[in-house]
Design a binder for this molecule. Structure first.
Ligand code: C2E
Ligand code: CA
Ligand code: CA
Ligand code: CA
Length: 275
């Protein structure tokens, strides 16, 4: 039983209570995870279809929880956003990814995901400027991936930030394209450098002519707007053939490379890998 503040008591089901407790303890752990160095980044290759070469890597967060093991970003990123710790975690991810990329033998690109929350507070351009200076990474090698969520709140403010980032020489990608409500209107408002076609369309191509048509339309749209198009979540050779036929410029998926530790990404570039 728990006091609800009005002098009465509410009774929770034991199972409900357990779920609330579990979430609360995860929250406490997440607040300390950065200081306890429990995060790492893994790097997933992006392949340029024209040449078969690795054009760059996307940095993806992993949380190694001491008791629960590996926790997926799909679980902890929404929680980190809710409790406000995403700004610190996001800055750590950006700095770590840039520092890693600065060591590579080839000038491959490094893509870093940004949470919509990182656009608030007016510090993002300053943070990116600082990280580029600290790591010595060529700004042209940094790609920032944003989702429609970032553009939803306050479009003018977000456009100012995006233009500020572009002014630094970094590139901006639209992530999970096609899953939101008004993706097309954002392409008109801001000139993205790259469109990342959501995995759901790629996965659907085998069984649905509609998904194939959508991928083709996005690839053509990208080409006519001068934007590169990356197909995400490619797992099979058939999917690779299909997205190649539709005219996407890049591919990222388990078929061409799973997310890997920094040491493996480093070695892959040192070897001048072709896929
Ligand atoms: P995302 O940005 O769309 O990243 C792509 C996700 O698809 C990654 O999941 C990746 O491991 C997975 N993936 C790649 N290829 C395949 C494939 O062929 N098949 C399948 N089934 N999945 C594939 P992951 O690493 O679990 O990340 C999930 C999401 O968490 C990301 O989706 C992104 O939204 C978020 N995230 C990850 N790292 C960060 C970060 O540093 N900052 C922020 N704000 N979000 C992050
Ligand atoms: Ca992404
Ligand atoms: Ca995505
Ligand atoms: Ca996603």
């Amino acid at each position: 039983a728990k006091a609800d503040g009005r002098g009465t008591y509410r009774f929770f089901e034991p199972a409900m209570n357990a779920a609330v407790q579990a979430r609360r303890s995860l929250e406490i752990d997440l607040r300390r995870a950065l200081a306890l160095k429990q995060f790492t980044l893994v790097f997933q290759p992006q392949i340029r279809l024209e040449t078969g070469e690795v054009s760059g890597f996307e940095a993806l967060l992993r949380w190694h929880h001491p008791e629960r093991g590996l926790i997926s970003p799909a679980t902890f990123i929404p929680l980190a956003e809710e409790i406000g710790v995403i700004v610190g975690i996001g800055e750590w991810a950006l700095r770590t990814a840039c520092r890693e990329a600065a060591r590579w033998a080839q000038p491959a690109s490094i893509a870093v995901n940004l949470s919509p929350i990182q656009f608030r507070g007016g510090k993002l351009v300053e943070t990116v400027t600082l990280v580029l200076a600290q790591t010595g990474l060529d700004p042209a090698r940094l790609e920032l991936e944003i989702t429609e969520g970032a553009l939803l709140d306050d479009t003018d403010g977000v456009l100012t930030v995006l233009n500020g980032l572009r002014h630094l020489g970094v590139r901006i990608s639209m992530d999970d394209f096609g899953t939101g409500y008004s993706s097309l209107s954002y392409l008109q408002k801001f000139p993205f450098d790259k469109i990342k076609i959501d995995q759901s369309f790629v996965r659907g191509m085998a069984g649905s002519a509609e998904c194939g048509a959508i991928v083709r339309a996005i690839a053509r749209l990208g080409a006519s707007l001068g934007m590169r198009t990356t197909a995400e979540g490619v797992e099979t050779a058939d999917q690779l053939d299909a997205i190649r036929a539709e005219g996407c410029t890049e591919v990222q998926g388990y078929l061409t490379g799973r997310p890997m530790p920094a040491s493996e990404a480093f070695a892959l570039l040192g070897a001048g890998a072709h896929v």
